[in-house]
Write a protein of this length. Sequence first.
Length: 389
Amino acid sequence: MTNEKSPTTGATVTGLIPNGNEMSKDNNYLVRNQDNLIPPPDFNLNGSPDALAAFEHLRITDTTPIPNPEPIIKISGETIATADDIFTISGASKSGKSAFVSMLIGAAISETGQISDGLEGVEVLFNADKKAVIHFDTEQARHKHQRNLKTILKRADFGNCPDFYLSYNIRQLDIDEYAEKTTGICQAASDKFNGIHSIWIDGGADYIADVNDPEGSNAAVKYFEELAIQYHTAVFIIVHTNPGSDKERGHFGSQCQRKSGGIIMVKSEGDISFIEPKILRYAGKNDIPQLMFKFDKAKGYHVGCGVKSEESTEAAKFHKRIAKAWELCLQVFGGQRSHKYSKAVDQIMQITGKSEAPAKGMFKDMKAHEMIIQGTDEHWRINQKYEPV
């Protein structure tokens, strides 16, 4: 392992650049020389016509031979993730991130390349040559990890774990060992299976001690990028969002946003989880449907359950608002209580803590949906014929 210094802060990053790693050996000039950003003397930049030749490998022109990256994941025919790039899957705790990842890994190792009981329109590159599919888990206990693995095998119709599916629990290691072990595993797997289909990092932020440390975050994301480039594969980084927010955690999350080829968020409403495109470099967000999935107790894993539409979202909001209005109606008028309009509004204000205008709006909802009716005595009371939504 080596201790490298940041080009910005001078602080030390431990473990993100393992010794002997070819991908970092010649590409960390700024890290090693943060106090001297002028090219070193041996570049011999003396103004001669050939001075730029030393940098020609970095130049892009219209004729630079660059093959199109191979799509690893498509949704509705649109490229979402490609080889030679990193991709982020984010979401709140327990939103369904691991279930979504399990579907994708299941397709990556399957004999057909299809996601059994999965999400309609999601395609994972068929792994015909059985290249290594590598998964690292930094979060789950070993027994939970194994249970998740068994659901992946069941979904992919395997009785036993195939040799090329390599799932490692590195939670027990010191953080400083994460990158070293990851590098060693990827190198050995690439050699044994003649390449890597995909790499899945379930807990990418755990590769550093502090997600708000700019230096460590930049180094970690750079490390994942280097893995993708060296092995011509896609590296999927699973990260948490901040509580109550759609923002990925800390500077690490911000760096994932800047560097990822795309970000798919996993959200949940009740027992239903769904994917939501956040940032896509290869497709438009409006081209990707919000695919839904839920846990199927009989099968023991999550299955696809349709597409979340704007109409269904608005309908859900409407039903929720009406249900709340009915609940409030029972509090105000329950027990055969009746009130004149002004008294009813006062009661609503007292129960909800709202001001007069919102309280009048709530009364209006009750009246509009015929939860309450007015008698000849000008009192409002519950409509016994009302059927709650």
